[in-house]
Design a binder for this molecule. Structure first.
Ligand code: SF4
Ligand code: FES
Length: 561
């Protein structure tokens, strides 16, 4: 279609109802352009020329909506940049759209990222000639548990309805009522509880649909936007983390045609809570056999080192995690292999029938295939319980094995248990020593999804030991760039006292006199790429250029839902 062609070539035409992944109703009428056809002589088939030798053009008598205009040989298109008529048509259309649209941008959640606001500034009329009272419609309607509608702002583009019909296929929305009274709604007594419902908030071109959870929490220009990977299931949807005051406030999908298109499941958006709350912050140790108390990093390292020195390698059980990154699993395994421990094990986190045929997988972990690629030993729950019962020291990497019922709570009673963890899970609370580690929102690391695609995260939140202004991998928001120091607030209480796993292991290796020497996830990925042929030539730069790399799966890295 002409509109997509124009956009693909770096030109702009304002539009609202068009979406590249959905059908084209051409109902907003905003994308109007002037179109015509070079004239050809019927007999000779040659182009007809005017008195200046230029090809003659037969213009269509009226403006055309470019989103529904099929491209043809010899077609000529003038946009608002080259045609005053197209510019006028777009301006008049915006005046119509704004007749009943409330001018409440100062209190609207969409302000700052609103196509209607942006396009009105760029292409809209200077004022409105309509002096009639605006139509009033329902406000603050909870369409479902996660989406709130302000019907007065709706411009009836039907993107939300088409999403529910064509993408998530829940068919839960329709347009009700007539004329200037219409707006989207569910069937009487029904909720919009589609597991992908918040995608309609992303694609609503005005502030009519808002996320019930995020609304009124922040203005978009106050936040930093950092690319990342959804770690709540095995699909690895590409996402953006939106942070302010060092807290992740919302998660939105990032377009990747090879993984998630423009969409993500609602459940993945909730993950921001685990990046902010219930974090393991500052090491903790059990002193009296039951209650943990916070301790210093020096004491944690000393206690860890003394525990290891008191045991032989084969008394250690090293448990890797499909919830941790490739780099963390590799570093964890390598470190304890240097101490003579057997190869690390891991258990998958697969919940039968939890997935669907779209973006939710049975696999609840983001890196099961990463553990397999690294040749960690995949064991069942029973096998792991047996191994734990035989071990003297159990080292658990970022996996709530008790919380997800792989191990019973009593299984951790006898061995000395060290949890290297991002959150205070049931397992972490039952451990003798807790080492707080950075989460996906705080480090650069890679994950291999259920389809065998390796993708990476970027640091979005500062820890006690990092600083956005000094860390070039961290994104900057508008306030970082243009605000005052007062604007760039990062409250100390929002900084987690944790270390990247590799940094902690490096400190521990200094105490133990080991040659570990992996201080950054980039060092680790470099080393991995020389040791595993499947990951040869993989680097963050290669992943960045290609939005992740599809790895060839073999029988061992079985593809699963
Ligand atoms: S609520 Fe938003 S997406 Fe739905 S029809 Fe109205 S303007 Fe379009
Ligand atoms: S985008 Fe073309 S008519 Fe709406």
């Amino acid at each position: 279609m002409a509109l997509q062609f124009i956009l693909d070539h770096g030109k702009e035409v304002p539009f609202f109802c068009y979406h590249p992944e959905m059908s084209i109703p051409a109902n907003c009428r905003q994308c109007m352009v002037k179109s015509g056809q070079y004239m050809k002589d019927d007999d000779s088939g040659e182009y007809e020329l005017d008195e200046n030798g230029e090809r003659k053009i037969r213009w269509m008598p009226k403006m055309q909506t470019s989103c529904s205009l099929k491209l043809q040989d010899g077609m000529v298109i003038k946009t608002q940049e080259t045609s005053e008529e197209a510019e006028r048509a777009q301006k008049d259309n915006l005046e119509f759209i704004l007749i009943n649209h409330p001018l409440d941008c100062p209190i609207c959640d969409q302000a700052g990222e609103c196509p209607l606001q942006i396009q009105t500034y760029k292409y809209g009329p200077e004022g409105s000639r309509f002096e009639v009272k605006k139509v009033h419609k329902p406000k603050r309607v909870e369409l479902g548990p996660r989406v709130t509608l302000d019907a007065e702002r709706c411009i009836n583009c039907t993107r939300c309805v088409r999403f529910a019909d064509e993408i998530s296929e829940s068919h839960q929305l329709t347009i009700v009522s007539r004329g200037d009274k219409n707006y989207p709604m569910t069937a009487p007594g029904k909720e919009f509880d589609d597991p992908y419902s918040i995608n309609t908030v992303d694609i609503c071109p005005v502030g009519a649909l808002t996320s019930t959870d995020f609304r009124f929490k922040a203005r978009v220009w106050e936040m930093n936007q950092t690319p990342s990977i959804d770690v709540t299931n095995g699909k690895g949807c590409n996402i953006d983390l939106w942070t302010r005051d060092n807290q992740v406030l919302r998660i939105t999908p990032r377009h990747n045609e090879a993984v998630n298109g423009h969409w993500m499941p609602d459940v993945g958006r909730k993950a921001y809570e685990r990046f902010n709350d219930n974090r393991a912050s500052r090491p903790a140790i059990k002193l009296d056999g039951s209650n943990q108390s916070k301790t210093s990093w020096n004491n944690a390292i000393e206690t860890f080192a003394e525990t290891i020195e008191a045991h032989s390698g084969d008394e250690l059980l090293v448990i890797g995690s499909p919830h941790a990154s490739v780099e963390e699993n590799y570093a964890f395994n390598k470190f304890f292999n240097l101490l003579g421990a057997p190869n690390a094990t891991f258990t998958t986190h697969i919940m039968e029938d939890a997935g669907d045929d779209f973006l939710i997988t049975d696999d609840q972990a983001p890196n099961t295939n990463g553990c397999r690629l690294l040749n960690l030993d995949e064991v069942t729950s029973d096998e792991l319980s047996t191994a734990v019962s035989k071990a003297k020291v159990v080292l658990i990497l970022a996996d709530d094995l008790v919380g997800r019922e792989v191990l019973s709570a009593s299984a951790l009673n006898d061995p000395y248990v060290v949890s290297l963890t991002t959150n205070m899970t049931v397992t972490a609370n039952a451990s003798d020593l807790v080492i707080p580690t950075t989460c996906v929102a705080e480090h650069a690391a890679s994950y291999v999804n259920v389809d065998g695609r390796i993708q990476r995260s970027y640091p979005a939140k500062e820890t006690k030991y990092t600083n956005r202004r000094l860390n070039l991998e961290m994104s900057e928001g508008r306030l970082d760039r243009y605000g005052t120091n007062f604007d760039n607030w990062v409250s100390e209480e929002h900084k987690t006292d944790c270390l990247p796993l590799w940094k902690f292991l490096d400190k521990l290796s200094d105490r133990l006199g080991l040659e570990f020497e992996l201080q950054h996830s980039r060092d680790i990925l470099d080393e991995i790429s020389t040791q595993f042929s499947i990951l040869e030539n993989i680097s963050y730069e290669v992943m960045d250029r290609n939005q992740g790399i599809q790895l060839p799966l073999d029988d061992k890295q079985v593809k699963q839902k």
